[in-house]
Design a protein around this ligand. Structure first.
Ligand code: C5P
Length: 236
């Protein structure tokens, strides 16, 4: 079974408060993108690797040009558009794994669990971990004098999962999902924050395999500190 890994790195990363795209931010001296590509290659040495980059950020394109066998394409206005661009460059692979550059410390075991479920016949597989916080939905507060949101509902925590990447799909199924989503209005597309969601919309079963704490998405300064501490603890 041939595999392509699409690493999406075309987001702006404004929450990290730097003046560069998030994927270019160094984690202990190496960019998130470099670490994400290395992690994918180490886990799946025979996979085709496609990286999706912000069109205008020259440094990332130059960094990618130095990596043998890695194909770089420009991303789109929202995540789904960036993934669609990556899919067009993924060749004829049987399965694709879509991975966030920001989850650059994801261990090989997570890639392997996703692969294994695909090989067993799943068409969509995502890594997930249990949620530690109690999660509530919010609604506009009923009393304007209090000027605060109010709780809507409290879903049972035992049934909730936080999902990570790489998310794995039969390529044909994901191409089909993106083709259908192409006709959606922009606001609906912008609400698609992961690929599994598109498959869910089509009524596909999306399987959950164990994720890993090290697959955290580096989004804030606190995440960056944690990632650097993890690398220091591992001696890398
Ligand atoms: O915004 P969020 O952190 O959920 O983005 C997840 C991933 O999607 C990041 O790796 C980001 O670079 C990528 N992305 C993209 N193109 C966009 C928006 C986000 O490749 N237009």
């Amino acid at each position: 079974e041939t595999v392509a890994v699409i690493i999406v790195a075309a987001g702006s990363g404004t929450r990290l408060g730097r003046n560069v795209p998030k994927a270019a931010v160094p984690v202990a001296g190496r960019s998130m993108l470099a670490r994400a590509v290395e992690g994918a290659v180490a886990a799946l040495p025979s996979a085709r690797v496609v990286v999706v980059l912000p069109a205008e950020h020259q440094d990332l394109w130059e960094e990618c040009a130095g990596w043998d066998g890695v194909v770089a394409v420009a991303g789109g206005a929202h995540r789904a558009a960036s993934v669609a661009a990556g899919l067009r460059a993924a060749g004829e692979a049987d399965v694709v794994l879509v991975h966030d550059a920001a989850r650059c410390l994801t261990p090989p075991s997570v890639f392997e669990s996703v692969r294994r479920a695909l090989a067993a016949g799943a068409r969509a597989v995502i890594p997930a971990v249990a949620v530690v916080d109690t999660i509530k939905t919010a609604r506009p507060g009923p009393d304007p004098a209090i000027a605060a949101e109010a709780v809507g509902t409290t879903p049972a925590r035992s049934g909730l999962r936080a999902v990570q990447t790489p998310q794995g799909f039969r390529r044909a199924a994901l191409v089909d999902a993106h083709a259908r989503a192409g006709a959606w209005p922009a606001d609906r597309l912008e609400s698609i924050t992961d690929d599994a969601r598109l498959m869910e919309e089509l009524g596909e079963d999306v399987y959950l395999v164990p994720g890993d704490e090290r697959a955290l998405k580096i989004t804030t300064e606190l995440d960056l500190l944690l990632a650097e501490a993890l690398l220091a603890a591992e001696g890398s």
